[in-house]
Design a protein around this ligand. Structure first.
Ligand code: ZN
Length: 175
């Protein structure tokens, strides 16, 4: 699956907060950016008959976001939605709903997030493979972020090779 897909911690935190605020209902929307980088998200109404049991993007929002992304030289990379249960693996319903091959599926909950790509015969439900979420050179995480669980599948954890490098003396700020 290559090197993963970048997203800012701030953006991911905002989605988790929105998911938490929606309580038992699933939130949903679209992922916009460039290949390999989610730059922004656009919320959609959840038009599912029972928004506590699934999600359905508003087609009008999809069309508008598609058009605006094209105008700005960006791509609609896929969609996001929340799982109020906290289990951020795709459900059977998600697998049945995944129509577009190669689309990214970001699933969030209050405490977790995982990224998937729709892939025929994928490892998860025969429809998805895991994709690593990576965080571009961001400031030191705050304490709250460190404690927060991120339920990425093991193969989707971003490598942190810095830990293997011995400390060679006093630390300096690198700019
Ligand atoms: Zn789902």
């Amino acid at each position: 699956m290559g090197t993963g897909v970048k997203i800012s911690r701030a953006l991911l935190d905002r989605l988790r907060n929105e998911a938490a605020a929606a309580g038992p209902l699933e939130i949903c929307g679209l992922l916009v950016g460039r290949v390999g980088q989610i730059e922004k998200t656009v919320a959609s109404s959840n038009l599912a008959a029972d928004p506590a049991q699934g999600f359905l993007l508003d087609p009008a929002t999809q069309i508008a976001v598609q058009r605006r992304a094209r105008e700005k030289g960006r791509t609609v990379l896929g969609c996001y939605h929340s799982h109020p249960s906290g289990d951020v693996r795709p459900s059977a319903k998600d697998a049945a709903q995944a129509e577009e091959e190669g689309a990214l599926w970001l699933i969030v909950s209050r405490d977790a997030a995982a990224l998937w790509i729709a892939s025929k015969g994928g490892a998860v439900r025969g429809r998805f493979d895991a994709v690593a979420l990576t965080f571009p050179s961001s400031p030191e995480p705050r304490l709250g972020d460190v404690r927060r669980k991120t339920a990425l599948p093991p193969q989707a954890r971003p490598a942190n090779r810095d830990q293997d490098i011995p400390d060679r003396g006093p630390r300096h700020e690198i700019h």
